[in-house]
Design a protein. Structure first.
Length: 288
């Protein structure tokens, strides 16, 4: 049986601060273009066929195939005008309202050690634990999602990528992404080598690492939305055990175990200007 469906996906950059919008905005916009190119191969007319059956790499045959097409749109949310170089159209740019911080407070009463209502964003931040790595205060992904949906009003499943650090579950030090109603949030904070004081050659190298890790995380999240299952291949974008940010460095292609002919082995060229779209190439299991 062939099950056909089209899934609309909004890729949304949330960069409230002007300096971050100018520094990271072009990189995020390029990542979004690469995600769309990855999941909409021209040779497959923008659709992929996903076997439905046993787990990836199992000997059991798929009882049916889902033909999935993703329709992507992009949005840029910031207090700053996006850099001209990203070429965002007027309908793709959304300015953050003056009360954005207050909107982030909705549903935050009782956060932290006190159950008293919160009167300001600063008070909310003061009740959140401080990250030892960068001194920032993590934010619940649900608050980010609620504020973004209230402001941008996306009509589809939305992947939010932001420089805001996400509040991790109890006993976790950090989290790269978190699922929210009608979407997910990916944080740029822990994928930044600076977060861990990792050595980098220069700012270009730092941004290359941020881009590669963020792209791997985003493809993993969107892949799950489209119906790809988690696997045990550590070089695959759908690897199940992402227990450390450095795992993302090894996730460089879609493994053949998924049986998705249109995407098998697809990965990206490394290096180069992180503000420019990387070419897609086939990376074999042996090379990986």
């Amino acid at each position: 049986m062939d099950l056909a469906k089209t899934i609309p996906v909004t890729l949304l950059a949330l960069l409230p601060e002007e300096d971050q919008a100018r520094r990271l905005g072009p990189i995020l916009w390029t990542i979004f273009a690469e995600i769309e190119a990855f999941f909409r191969p021209a040779e497959a007319s923008g659709t992929i066929s996903i076997p439905i059956g046993g787990p990836p790499g199992s000997s059991s045959s798929a009882s049916s195939v889902a033909t999935v097409g993703a329709v992507f749109s992009r949005r840029f949310l910031s207090n700053a005008r996006p850099p001209d170089e990203i070429g965002a159209g007027p309908d793709e740019v959304v300015g953050l309202p003056p009360d954005f911080d207050q909107r982030m407070l909705q549903g935050a009463s009782g956060t932290g050690s006190s159950s008293q209502p919160l009167s300001s964003w600063g008070e909310f931040q003061s009740r959140m634990p401080t990250s030892a790595a960068v001194g920032a205060r993590p934010v619940d992904a649900r608050l980010i999602g609620a504020a973004v949906h209230d402001i941008a009003k996306p009509s589809s499943w939305t992947l939010i990528v932001s420089d805001l650090e996400l509040a991790p579950p109890p006993s976790w030090r950090y989290v790269v992404w978190d699922v929210i109603p009608s979407g997910a949030v990916v944080s740029l904070a822990p994928v930044d080598p600076k977060y861990w004081s990792e050595p980098v050659q220069d700012e270009t190298h730092r941004h290359q690492v941020i881009k590669s890790r963020t792209r791997a995380a985003c493809i993993s999240v969107v892949g799950s939305l489209l119906g790809l299952q988690r696997c045990e291949n550590p070089t695959c974008f759908m690897y199940s055990n992402v227990d450390s940010v450095v795992r993302l460095d090894d996730m460089i292609h879609l493994g053949p175990e998924h049986g998705v002919t249109e995407l098998a082995g697809r990965g990206f060229d490394v290096g180069g200007d992180p503000r420019q779209a990387a070419s897609i190439r086939t990376i074999s299991a042996r090379t990986a």
